[in-house]
Design a protein around this ligand. Structure first.
Ligand code: SAH
Length: 463
């Protein structure tokens, strides 16, 4: 089934830019719609208009926490960081459709329809846009890395695009960590030298080769979940659609195979970056052909955002990271639960089911001695069953993170937890830990890289 999710900014963009483009005298201009979008960093003060640029501190991958943010209960500084993150997402989404003189314009992340309008807006036949889409989203690593790879376009056209600062928008592969089980984690270096990770997990299912891409949605994350490697640092910025789609293409390139499933379970909180995640979702679905039901968006919960997904009639899997059977325990594991209590979160999950007909999946990271006891399983099972939310629980044994006090539960504990849930008629599965050797837990490899200066070979630069 195809996704019906669309990005609200699409139509205004096309109209606004096409109009601007018509009125522009230069044949190489798509339209000077809007002024340069803000590059929003971590705020230094309470003043919403007071902006501070990034201080890269220890190197290009280092993401400091926002001022005032520290371990412990959720505080005002955390809420400010979250609000900032949502604003940054909107600014990033607006920028996707703006051609300015100062900054390059990325074609990756636009749909074939938008590329046709882009082509038409520049005085080219619309089919040129379709040709660009074919190059951008070609299968198994054949996707274009640069405008030079648009071989069905004349050299003159390619030069024109390049001279107008229009480019593909691929990231550079910075480092690869491969595990013996076939899992590979790629560190991708973005245009501003920020680094994000993406993981490819190959598997065979009913004789078919599957490749799951675990993609990041943000550089850093402001949610601070206590056991999460990404949560140890701060939030830098949201990823733009091209930077999300690029992760899938980079994995296809690496594995030489089509990605069959996408899970938004890498770095960041996807529901703080809704417009760009939905846009990437649309492209993954329509242009790369990944079925909406094979795309999972995982969230720890952001007030108001599940509703947005419901409005978009998302036909993908919504996975909610619950990690505790009650509010008190959840707050100690997930500080942000304080401002979005479990009761509200579960009500929103029910509403999501009513609006979309799609049941919500729950994720539960088992932390040894903290939330993994039979009484926790009983409480969780009863809670989900009673609320008619007993869809599916994914149990994730904790994947150890450096400098963390949490422990991985024993195998017997994990199985016992699953059995209690199933006895209470709540279907549960245990997520196999894949690629532990590649430091597959969220943010871990990137954290390891923060300790060292950036080295490693860079794949060819994008143009
Ligand atoms: N922010 C989103 C998606 C990113 S993390 C979310 O919270 O859902 C994807 C999943 O991996 C989440 O369920 C998260 O809690 C879990 N996770 C993160 N670090 C982990 C670790 N070290 N061990 C086990 N699970 C982890």
């Amino acid at each position: 089934m195809r996704a019906t999710a669309t990005v609200p900014t699409t139509t205004p963009f096309v109209k606004k830019c096409a109009a601007a483009s018509r009125s522009a005298s230069s044949s190489v201009s798509f339209g000077r719609c809007v002024t340069r979008a803000r590059r929003v960093g971590v705020r230094a003060s309470d003043d919403d208009n007071d902006e501070e640029s990034f201080d890269d501190g220890d190197g290009p991958t280092f993401v400091p926490r926002a001022p005032g943010v520290s371990d412990g209960p959720w505080a005002k500084a955390d809420t400010r960081a979250v609000v900032e993150s949502i604003r940054d997402a909107d600014a990033t989404a607006r920028k996707v459709f703006q051609l300015t003189e100062e900054e390059p314009f990325n074609l990756l992340g636009l749909t074939a329809k938008e590329l046709k309008e882009f082509a038409a807006g520049r005085g080219m036949p619309a089919f040129r846009g379709k040709q660009m889409a074919d190059h951008l989203y070609a299968a198994n690593g054949a996707s274009a890395r640069s405008v030079n790879d648009f071989t069905t376009l004349s050299k003159k056209l390619r030069e024109e695009l390049k001279n107008s600062n229009i480019r593909v928008g691929r990231s550079r592969r910075h480092h690869v960590a491969a595990a013996p089980d076939g899992t590979a984690k790629l560190l991708l270096r973005l245009d501003d030298d920020r680094v994000v990770e993406t993981v490819g997990i190959p598997a065979t299912e009913n004789g078919k080769n599957r490749l799951t891409a675990c993609v990041s949605s943000q550089v850093g994350c402001p949610m601070r979940c206590t056991f999460c490697a990404t949560g140890k640092g701060g939030f830098a910025r949201n990823l733009a659609p091209h930077e999300i789609v690029d992760q899938v293409l980079a994995l296809e390139e690496y594995f030489g195979q089509r990605v069959s499933n996408v899970v938004f379970m890498g770095m960041g909180e996807p529901l703080l970056n809704v417009p760009n995640v939905l846009k990437a979702h649309e492209v993954l679905n329509k242009e790369i052909g990944i079925g909406a039901r094979h795309i999972t968006i995982s969230t720890v919960g952001v007030r108001g955002s599940i509703e947005k997904l419901a409005q978009a009639q998302l036909q993908s899997v919504l996975a909610v990271s619950l990690h505790a059977p009650n509010q008190a325990l959840r707050e100690t594991i997930i500080p942000s639960a304080k401002v979005y209590p479990m009761e509200d979160l579960l009500q929103d999950c029910e509403q999501y089911f009513i609006a979309t007909g799609r049941r919500v999946t729950f994720e539960y990271t088992l932390l040894g001695g903290v939330n993994d006891q039979p009484e926790h399983a009983k409480e969780l099972g009863r809670l989900l069953y009673a609320r008619n939310l007993a869809s599916h629980v994914n149990l994730i044994p904790y994947n150890p993170v450096d400098d963390s006090d949490f422990k991985r539960p024993s195998r017997a504990t994990v199985y016992a937890f699953r059995d209690v849930l199933e006895d209470l008629n709540v279907p549960a599965s245990i997520r196999q830990t894949r690629g532990l050797e590649a430091a597959a837990a969220c943010g871990q490899l990137r954290n390891a890289f923060q300790k060292d200066a950036i080295k490693g070979d860079l794949a060819p630069a994008t143009a």
